[in-house]
Ligand binder design. Structure first.
Ligand code: PDD
Length: 282
């Protein structure tokens, strides 16, 4: 079966889908994206992802082309057309196509909307059994990381550095504190079982999985501390993990070649992953 993608109002075979070279997403990274997980053929926590998409678009002055129902119908249409059981739905909206010029194109220029699915082992991910390796890199990004911009060059470089070092994720740091992962939210768990993650601000993306994990942890009676933590504290932590739509709750067993928590996925992290999977497949 050929892969079906969505471009500007049409479901098309991937090979027939194309975007003009004057698209502002291509020329300026002038656009927003969003990623929702699919488990058992169903979208996970999708309303929260669409709310963040709406907020990011508003922050950069692109009119959201669809409401929640509209987006959901397109996502479900794409999942059905690709018979996707487990993986991701990717959505991107750019400021549209216009002769290259920095200021916004004329009002009424339609945004470009692109969507596709990716098959991926999200729940049955063998890395979650082994635990992930992380390296630390300086956070080279701009000052509005709360916006889910398609400008991801700093993350591409960070994650390539991680891959070249045989690691699975890069934890970015600034002023001595971890900001977040290249494409995930960073957490540690202290010896006395407190879950620590950086508070929301313009310094990090407000992770949708982060929000769900904080809620699930609180419901399970665990203590959450929203405060910055240093790399040094992470190295001394009892457990560490990161969260994202694609990784869900991913144990970290090594940072910069040093073992965390004895080099095994920790019990609190395993429990949180289990609780998240329960919620996502309920
Ligand atoms: N990345 N921080 C950054 C910088 C991210 O890119 C992501 C997600 C997250 C986690 O957000 P969420 O829990 O809402 O997925 C945090 C997506 C998955 C990606 O770029 O593929």
């Amino acid at each position: 079966m050929s892969r079906i993608v969505y471009v500007n109002g049409r479901f098309l075979p991937y090979a027939e889908a194309a975007i003009p070279i004057m698209d502002r997403g291509f020329l300026f990274a002038d656009g927003i994206y969003e990623v929702s997980a699919v488990l058992n053929g169903r979208l996970v926590d999708n309303a929260a992802h669409l709310a963040r998409l709406d907020r990011s678009l508003r922050e950069i002055g692109i009119t959201n082309p669809f409401d929640q129902e509209g987006w959901t119908a397109l996502e479900e249409g794409l999942v059905a057309r690709n018979s996707l059981k487990e993986g991701l739905v990717y959505m991107q909206v750019t400021r549209g196509v216009h002769e290259r010029d920095f200021p916004f194109p004329p009002a009424g220029t339609p945004p470009t909307v692109v969507m596709f699915t990716q098959e991926k082992s999200v729940a049955a991910n063998p890395l979650a059994e082994r635990g992930a390796k992380v390296i630390s890199v300086e956070d080279l990004r701009w000052k509005r990381r709360d916006i889910k911009s398609v400008a991801l060059l700093a993350q591409v470089l960070a994650k390539q550095q991680a891959a070249a070092a045989g690691a699975n994720e890069a934890w970015m740091h600034e002023d001595g504190f971890v900001t977040e992962g290249g494409s995930s939210t960073a957490f540690i768990i202290t010896e006395d079982g407190r879950i620590v993650t950086r508070p929301l601000s313009t310094a990090i993306l407000p992770g949708i999985t982060r929000q769900a994990v904080i809620r699930l942890a609180a419901e399970a009676g665990l203590t959450i501390e929203e405060r910055p933590f240093s790399l040094d504290e992470a190295l001394r932590a009892a457990e560490a993990f990161f969260t994202s739509a694609s990784a869900l709750v991913m144990p970290v067993v090594e940072i910069d070649g040093q073992r965390v928590g004895g080099g095994q996925p920790g019990p609190h992290t395993r429990r949180l992953r289990g609780l998240y999977l329960e919620m996502a497949t309920a």
